[in-house]
Design a protein around this ligand. Structure first.
Ligand code: GH3
Ligand code: MG
Ligand code: MG
Ligand code: MG
Length: 323
């Protein structure tokens, strides 16, 4: 899904957010001594949802599937090694970010130190004090939620930085940084690489006749049709206002020509709905197509050749593919 810069902007007012109490978390408690886990579960249930799992192997599975905010692991289990579970949880992608609170006997300080080395976030010593338990759990859950939130924001910002907000296609910046890589790969692997520039014909008159919003509708729908006619490994970007670039790895001129022609037709034969479907307008595009000509050719030269072909397509009457 494309994330627009507007949505990114809307995440900004963090100051208005209510401070996280750290309550209401989902906790997985791994402990196989009944008297111990019954007491802990009862204490925790005052503020959180708690699942108890005595078997660490099962616990790891639940932790990976269950979307927990916190793992509480007893290091002095009867039948299993709690430390091993902690280290496995740290190495699995699905559980790497889930905080771990270890519980140990006071005399077990060596194991506790090992636990901290392998990434346990905090620990409590038996006998466990209720107030301390709840306070430490709240802290971990708060931290977990906050780092999740930061991670989401970073992810969204990265997506926004490489995506065109109107069409959801990649933007020019992304294309330019990625095209060099694709060209290099094609060169070293001895594979062809096709590139086309697409430009909507008389787009200015679409804006003039139907309004800027209709022009935007056309751009969005155009992007939908582009996506339908390319493969997952192809790179489609909005290069400028009503100009687009498609890069097709491992594709020779013949095949790329067929793709371009099919795309040209898909635009020309089906009028575009604008103004919430109340009006349909005919749209055509011109396409300039080329391929990487020799190993190590500069991408600027490839783009220039495609642009020259596009110019010819316009000059020759538009609604056509020129290579
Ligand atoms: P040609 O067939 O030669 O390509 O003619 P054209 O009218 O498409 O070319 P021109 O480059 O003169 O016009 C492009 C227009 O695209 C001008 C600009 O106002 C419009 N445009 C650029 N970006 C957007 C946009 O995001 N939304 C809308 N609605 N219009 C845009
Ligand atoms: Mg133009
Ligand atoms: Mg145009
Ligand atoms: Mg143009």
């Amino acid at each position: 899904r494309a994330i627009t810069s507007l949505e990114i902007g809307m995440q900004a007012p963090e100051r208005t957010a209510v401070a996280d109490t750290g309550k209401g978390g989902r906790i997985l408690l791994v402990d196989d001594r009944q008297s111990s886990y019954e007491r802990l579960a009862t204490l925790l249930a005052a503020e959180h949802t708690v699942d108890v799992e005595p078997n660490p192997t099962e616990a790891l599975f639940h932790a990976a599937e269950g979307n927990y905010d916190l793992l509480i692991v007893s290091l002095d289990l009867n039948n299993f090694d709690g430390l091993r579970l902690c280290s496995q949880a740290r190495s699995l992608e699905r559980t790497r970010h889930v905080p771990i609170l270890a519980i140990a006997e006071a005399e077990n300080s060596t194991r506790l130190l090992r636990g901290l080395e392998i990434g346990v976030n905090d620990y409590l010593l038996r006998p466990i004090d209720k107030t301390e338990l709840l306070a430490r759990v709240r802290t971990q859950i708060r931290r977990r939620r906050y780092t999740d939130h930061l991670r989401d924001n970073v992810q969204n910002s990265i997506e926004a930085a490489i995506t065109d907000a109107l069409t959801g296609l990649h933007n020019r910046r992304y294309m330019e940084s990625h095209l060099a890589t694709l060209a290099e790969q094609a060169s070293t692997r001895g594979k062809p690489l096709a590139l086309m520039i697409l430009d909507i014909d008389f787009f200015k008159s679409i804006n003039d006749n139907y309004g800027h919003d209709a022009g935007d509708d056309v751009l969005r729908e155009f992007a939908v049709r582009v996506r339908k006619s390319i493969r997952g490994i192809d790179l489609a970007c909005r290069y400028g206002g009503e100009e687009f670039v498609i890069v097709m790895p491992e594709t020779d001129l013949h095949v790329a020509g067929m793709v371009a022609e099919r795309l040209r037709r898909s635009i020309a034969v089906e009028p575009f709905a604008v103004h919430k479907g109340t009006k349909r307008i005919e749209v055509t595009i011109s396409i300039g197509l080329t391929t990487l000509e020799q190993k190590g050719e500069a991408v600027a030269d490839v783009l220039k050749r495609a642009d020259t072909a596009l110019y010819r397509a316009k000059h020759d009457g538009r609604n056509r593919v020129v290579s």
